[in-house]
Design a protein around this ligand. Structure first.
Ligand code: ATP
Ligand code: MG
Ligand code: FE
Length: 347
């Protein structure tokens, strides 16, 4: 089975062709940094328009790279949410049009399921169930991944997502956009012990995450004029990593109450998983708990269409096909028991 996947939920436009046996035949991606840099963040209207301009050339480029024609594609998958709705609709409508024109199945993919299953694309030995730390621009969750479409959320952030904290802190420090990778670069040149920053929820008797207080502390440290930007960046990155480690440790030591069956695999996904300090922390925690890790390559952690095509493959194999009337959804939690999971969508 050959699936073409499309991604357009934020500010990456992407198309990829992936086979059922994990061959990535093509992955084409265009960032929109230059469109949004002047605004210091992603502007939804500008993003949607850029997706419209970029999508068709990217699909053509993916087909070229794979030396294929549209008629070689067995099914079309696209992110159907969550994300910026104007952008999501560009990818979903494109996939609907292709599925209709070629008379092939359409698969509507939850972007978070794309991130959640991406470790299985790079590691064929990663079987269900596994424990997933999903750390992205909009989410910070600990999930038990039971199978396609079957997730239990064990913990979530009570305020900002981890990536959001990176992006906002980078902006405060004047490091530019996009913030996460630039903050990591600055941190490499700074002293992680130079600035005293809080560790929100450290030691709390619940598994959740919190980062808003850390961001406020970065504002105060910066405004005090006492510290070098690189030192604040390094101290911030260490604080985020410490918080993630502490919360993960809490969950692992309470696994018998959080998850019925013990989990032997610790997996990370989402853009913040591209961070070196976060990756090293995960290896450390896994070694301590005698768990195996799967940490996808950097390009597969941040937004891309290969993960959407792969989630499409998993859904297709499970017989999960969507109608052409499937709705784009700005909000769409992975855990079906979460309150917003039954929200209405936009067609
Ligand atoms: P979501 O997946 O929750 O809808 P998103 O798609 O915007 O949000 P991703 O593309 O998965 O998020 O990840 C982007 C986030 O990852 C941004 O917040 C970015 O700053 C962060 N990020 C990317 N690289 C790094 C890095 N090296 N260090 C820290 N953060 C990073
Ligand atoms: Mg992006
Ligand atoms: Fe994402």
């Amino acid at each position: 089975t050959i699936i073409l996947g499309l991604e357009s939920s934020c500010d990456e436009t992407a198309a990829a062709i992936v086979t059922h046996d994990r061959q990535i035949l093509a992955h084409s991606l265009a960032g929109q940094e230059d469109h949004h840099r002047a605004f210091g963040g992603v502007v939804p209207e500008i993003a949607a328009r850029a997706h419209v301009e970029l999508m068709t050339p990217l699909i053509e480029s993916a087909l070229d790279k794979a030396k294929m024609q549209l008629s070689d594609i067995d099914a079309f998958a696209a992110t159907a949410g969550p994300g910026l709705i104007g952008g999501v609709m560009v990818g979903l409508v494109s996939a609907k049009a292709l599925a209709m024109a070629m008379d092939k199945p359409l698969i509507a993919v939850n972007h978070l399921e794309g991130h959640a299953l991406s470790p299985r694309l790079c590691d064929e030995n990663l079987d269900y169930p596994y424990l997933l730390l999903l750390v992205s621009g909009g989410h910070c969750q600990l999930l038990r991944v039971n199978g396609v479409g079957d997730y239990n959320r064990l913990a979530t952030t009570i305020d900002d997502a981890a990536g959001e904290a990176f992006d906002k802190s980078a902006k405060i420090l004047g490091l530019g956009f996009p913030g996460g990778p630039l903050l990591e670069k600055a941190a490499a040149m700074g002293d992680a012990h130079a600035v005293p920053l809080p560790r929100p929820l450290k030691g709390a008797k619940e598994p959740h995450f919190s980062f808003a207080g850390l961001k406020s502390a970065v504002v105060r440290a910066h405004e005090s004029g006492q510290y070098a930007v690189n030192d604040i960046a390094a101290s911030f990155q260490t604080a985020v990593t410490d918080c993630l480690e502490d919360r993960l440790e809490y969950s692992l030591s309470h696994m018998d109450t959080l998850s019925k069956l013990p989990l032997t695999k610790l997996v990370v996904a989402g853009g913040v998983a591209a961070n070196g300090a976060v990756r090293a922390m995960l290896e450390r925690v896994a070694a301590k708990w005698n768990m195996q890790t799967v940490i996808p390559p950097l390009w597969l952690c941040t937004d891309n269409a290969a993960m959407i095509a792969w989630a499409g493959q998993e859904r297709f194999a499970a017989g999960l096909i969507d109608g052409l009337d499937v709705a784009a959804r700005p909000r769409w939690p992975l855990d079906a028991n979460a309150p917003a999971a039954r929200g209405a969508g936009v067609k």
